[in-house]
Design a protein around this ligand. Structure first.
Ligand SMILES: [Zn+2]
Length: 69
């Protein structure tokens, strides 16, 4: 589901629990599907528009936030 649909009333800076994303003030293309979105993943600092794209991003970078370098 798109974060915009999941959190329709989210204000700028809103961080849903456990998702490691927040809503920024400007839209940029999603890292996975290239659709414009204002949601950004905190871990990768990459734009992600939906839970599906976030999952895909995690799969691509599954060692991010675990590595301690
Ligand atoms: Zn996307």
């Amino acid at each position: 589901m798109k974060f915009d649909q999941k959190f329709p009333d989210a204000d700028e800076g809103f961080e849903p629990k456990d998702l490691l994303v927040f809503k920024s003030s400007k839209e940029q293309p999603c890292a996975m599907c290239k659709e414009n979105t204002s949601w950004i993943n905190l871990c990768f600092e990459a734009n992600v528009c939906s839970e599906e794209c976030l999952d895909a991003l995690w799969k691509e970078y599954n060692d991010c936030c675990v590595r301690d370098e």
